[in-house]
Ligand binder design. Structure first.
Ligand SMILES: [Zn+2]
Length: 405
């Protein structure tokens, strides 16, 4: 395939540039001032667009997506959402998961996402892991194959106290990582140890739902950090949520953040879901459900942000749009627009273990062009007019007709 020349795009901090991408290598070949690169048969005029690294979604639940109305869920906290989901999940089919997950990925993709890490439940039928607990995983494995070249899908197996044999079976089937939810486990410390042990046996990464509560005494992140440091665990380790770290004393936050950095653990914050689920028992001065973002960044921790739930019992809203997530990091998390954008682009790709992408020579040509001039406009206006490139190939274009009379 011939290279593609993206003409006249504005790059953050660099002004207007022409960008040559190679669809063969999937990389950005050249970046130059306008008019210096030779024209070719394949060109796109991006005048009026800001060209950015494509976002990655580091934490989704595609098996749960788009079930808020189907499940008849009611607003509530985490445990009420878990209860509503489990009641629906008991009758969910492989085809149902596949169709909803595909619709959700299409929304993410059109908004700019070229890589997704999704968790998938080992589905419970009757309060336990009887029946066919792997049907959700099979649906997402099928989707992963179908998405090749457009969206890179990583699948983490999420479970609470599932038997070892079932976890081995899920990883043998092709899951990419092992998840866990220690705060819902009967023995959180044992659960973390077991998850690391089994992941290590399969040489896969780990992504925990850690400390999804406002209890300052919650200890999943500390358990995980110590276990990783003691074991010298080398595969990618991610701690998602880490809400309670946002409500502990600053000195303890700094200490924990330093240990997390030393352990090489990436932290994923999930503002939409945690602002929705947490703090419902505290109607006055309701705490925000975000982790200690500033302290983690100051300590050098890789920080990413994700959307988590898309219109399911854990969150009835959510636009499958990383720019919405980044906007919340500015308003609710007090990051700068540049820091917030980094959390859904470079930070998210780093957590997923992917090489850097963006309009820079030698980087992966996963790109998002948004009709806007500046990063703050991109986040603030959540501009819908976008073009999305994966490996240098145009995979999505959204155009808008607006009439004002
Ligand atoms: Zn989650």
């Amino acid at each position: 395939m011939s290279p593609l020349l993206l003409r006249g795009a504005r790059l953050p901090d660099e002004g207007v540039r022409d960008v040559l991408v190679s669809t063969d290598s999937g990389l950005v070949a050249r970046v130059a001032p306008p008019g210096l690169l030779p024209s070719g048969p394949d060109e796109l005029d991006l005048t009026g667009y800001l060209l950015l690294p494509a976002p990655a979604e580091p934490h989704a639940h595609l098996d749960k997506a788009l079930t808020w109305d189907l499940a008849g869920a009611l607003p509530g906290d985490l445990l009420s959402a878990v209860t509503a989901w489990r009641a629906y999940a008991a009758r969910v089919t492989e085809e149902d998961v596949f169709q909803r997950a595909r619709r959700a990925v299409d929304e993410l993709s059109a908004n700019g996402v070229t890589a997704v890490r999704t968790h998938v439940d080992l589905l419970r039928d009757d309060g336990g892991y009887g029946g066919d607990p792997l049907r959700g995983l099979r649906a997402l494995l099928r989707l992963r194959r179908q998405l090749r070249g457009r969206v890179r899908l990583q699948i983490a197996v999420l479970h609470v106290d599932a038997p070892d044999e079932l976890l081995h079976e899920a990883l043998d089937l092709g899951a990419d990582l092992l998840g866990d939810c220690p705060h819902l486990s009967a023995d959180p410390a044992a659960s973390v140890e077991r998850t690391l042990r089994i992941a290590s046996e399969h040489q896969v990464g780990v992504d925990l739902h850690a400390d999804e509560s406002l209890d300052p005494g919650a200890g999943d992140l500390r358990l995980l950090t110590r276990a990783v440091l003691e074991r010298g665990f080398v595969s990618g380790v991610t701690a998602s949520h880490c809400v309670s770290l946002g409500v502990v004393e600053p000195a303890e936050v700094a200490r924990t953040a330093k240990e997390v950095a030393a352990a090489g653990i990436g932290v994923v914050t999930l503002p939409l879901t945690n602002l929705y689920l947490q703090g419902r028992d505290r109607p006055s001065s309701t705490p925000r459900g975000l982790t200690a973002l500033r302290a983690l960044l100051d300590a050098g921790v890789t920080v990413a942000a994700g959307g988590d739930n898309i219109r399911d019992p854990f969150n009835p809203v959510g636009r499958a749009d990383p720019l919405e997530t980044a906007s919340l990091l500015v308003t609710a998390g007090h990051l700068t627009p540049d820091e917030a954008l980094r959390a859904v682009t470079g930070g998210a790709r780093a957590v997923l273990g992917l090489p850097a992408a963006g309009p820079y020579e030698g980087a992966v040509a996963d790109l998002l062009a948004v009709r806007a001039q500046t990063v703050s406009e991109v986040l603030g206006a959540s501009c819908p007019e976008r073009l999305v490139f994966a490996g240098g190939r145009l995979v999505s274009r959204t155009s808008v007709v607006r009439e004002i009379f």
